[in-house]
Design a protein. Structure first.
Ligand code: FES
Length: 128
């Protein structure tokens, strides 16, 4: 998990039970350096993680069906276009044509709610 900046704001994303281990993602939108970008959150081995929905190979969205990112093993996030594989807990490239890792977004989970955290890079589409 990325450590939030001290001045970051927690933005409610979804209920904890909407994210099942190696299951479907929850999509959300952020401003990344002021530009609207799609993002997604998943749960892997009990922990929640979020990334921009943008492959490091070619900047395309990665899901092969809406909100489906995990491969059949449930251990890798796979890009539908050319098969790049990323580690769900770090976003690092594991294999395939990726050029670096996924862009990680800080999350927290408190009292059954998952929040994403604003930073210098990430701001909400709408003010919280
Ligand atoms: S666009 Fe993702 S592997 Fe090529």
């Amino acid at each position: 998990m990325v450590k939030p900046h001290d001045d970051s704001v927690a933005v409610a994303l979804c209920r904890s039970d909407e994210l099942q281990d190696s299951g479907k993602a929850v999509a959300f939108d952020v401003l990344y350096f002021g530009r609207p970008e799609a993002a997604f959150a998943v749960r892997y081995q009990g922990q929640v993680h979020a990334y921009l929905n943008r492959c490091s190979h070619v900047p395309m969205e990665m899901d092969y069906q809406p909100n489906e990112f995990f491969d059949t093993t449930g251990h890798w996030l796979m890009c539908a276009t050319h098969g790049a594989m990323y580690a769900p807990h770090t976003g690092h490239c594991r294999m395939g044509p990726c050029r670096g890792g996924l862009v990680k977004i800080s999350l927290s989970e408190v009292d059954g709610v998952v929040h994403w955290h604003t930073s210098g890079q990430f701001t909400p589409i709408k003010p919280p």
